[in-house]
Design a protein around this ligand. Structure first.
Ligand SMILES: Nc1nc2c(ncn2[C@@H]2O[C@H](COP(=O)(O)OP(=O)(O)OP(=O)(O)O)[C@@H](O)[C@H]2O)c(=O)[nH]1
Ligand SMILES: [Zn+2]
Length: 289
């Protein structure tokens, strides 16, 4: 898996190396496999820091950022928000304040990859042995930033050799870059197509403010509908919680619940199959007696 740390045994004469062991993963980015099946597909492993890149010349989309934050927290990596194209924005501080209001305690760095402004602030994440990854919509400047970090225009693609437990080897070309500082950057198309997957704990962290409010509702199982003494509704009325953010919370909650139900169904089917097989085997066993 892209990002895995492995123990290798060099075979000097053959100019080859064998993977002896894969170290336990600290974090993983996964997505649903395409299509109907809800299977987990790991896209990248051991990412320490994920740069959530957006562009300051586009309308800031708080809802999209919330999704990205969920994925980042869920993966086990630490999210850092990069606001690129600061050169095209006249109210950077205003936007930073707006971003702060949806991303509690997450570091925010306005930069211009094109003009190499503000990049020094990123050095703290690019330490020897650390792995970072870039996540963000098309056109926000991820490739430009990558090239700046690399200190060269050309992206070099490293070959990653993987083996599965059957010992069969497949060679896949993915993108893992080594920076001059000794940090690794993972830039795979897979990271760019991430979909929500089991975002439960990431969801809790992203919507900490609403969770906190909900804990103050009079009824413990308050649905924030027609219940009296609802802290969530009170906050919306008072303007301390925006309606948009609350609606986004509800929408993402539904999405996650839907995913959970789908996975549940799959688990039930698998259990049924398992019992069918056991019964078949038992029948065979009694017949033979
Ligand atoms: N003005 C300005 N333009 C930038 C900056 N960074 C990138 N760009 C431009 O934005 C465009 C898109 O940049 P890319 O680096 O290709 O964006 P990307 O996120 O890699 O896009 P995808 O590969 O489609 O995901 C290019 O024309 C860049 O020159 C910046 O800081 N300021
Ligand atoms: Zn309530």
């Amino acid at each position: 898996m892209l990002g895995d740390w492995v123990v290798i045994r060099p075979r000097i004469e053959e100019k080859k190396a064998t993977i002896q062991a894969v170290l336990p993963r600290k974090s993983k980015f996964s997505r649903k496999t395409a299509g109907e099946a809800t299977e987990e597909q790991i896209v990248a492993a051991n990412v320490d820091t994920v740069f959530l890149v957006s562009a300051l010349n586009q309308d800031f989309n708080a809802r999209r950022l919330e999704r990205y934050l969920i994925m980042a927290w869920e993966s086990g990596a630490t999210p850092v928000i990069i606001l690129n194209k600061a050169d095209l924005c006249s109210n950077v501080e205003e936007v930073v304040a707006e971003v702060e209001s949806v991303a509690f305690g997450v570091s925010i760095h306005p930069i211009s990859a094109l003009h190499q402004d503000g990049l020094d602030a990123l050095n703290q994440y690019l330490l020897l042995g650390r792995t970072i990854s870039l996540l963000g919509s098309s056109g926000v400047g991820k490739s430009t930033l990558m090239n700046r970090l690399l200190g060269r225009e050309e992206q070099k693609v490293q070959e990653v050799r993987e083996g599965d437990d059957r010992g069969r080897h497949t060679t896949t070309y993915r993108q893992l870059f080594l920076l001059p500082s000794g940090a690794c950057v993972i830039d795979t198309p897979g990271m760019r197509e991430l979909q929500l997957w089991e975002g439960e704990s990431g969801f809790q962290e992203t919507f900490e403010d609403i969770q906190e409010l909900a804990s103050q509702c009079y009824f413990r199982d308050c649905q924030h509908g027609s219940e009296p003494k609802c802290a969530v509704k009170a906050a919306i009325a008072a303007g301390t919680l925006t309606k948009d953010r609350y609606e986004s919370y509800i929408k993402l909650q539904r999405e996650l619940a839907f995913l959970a139900r789908k996975m549940d169904k799959k688990a039930q089917l698998a259990e049924k199959e398992r019992w069918k097989k056991i019964h078949r085997e038992l029948r065979g066993f009694y017949k033979r007696r």
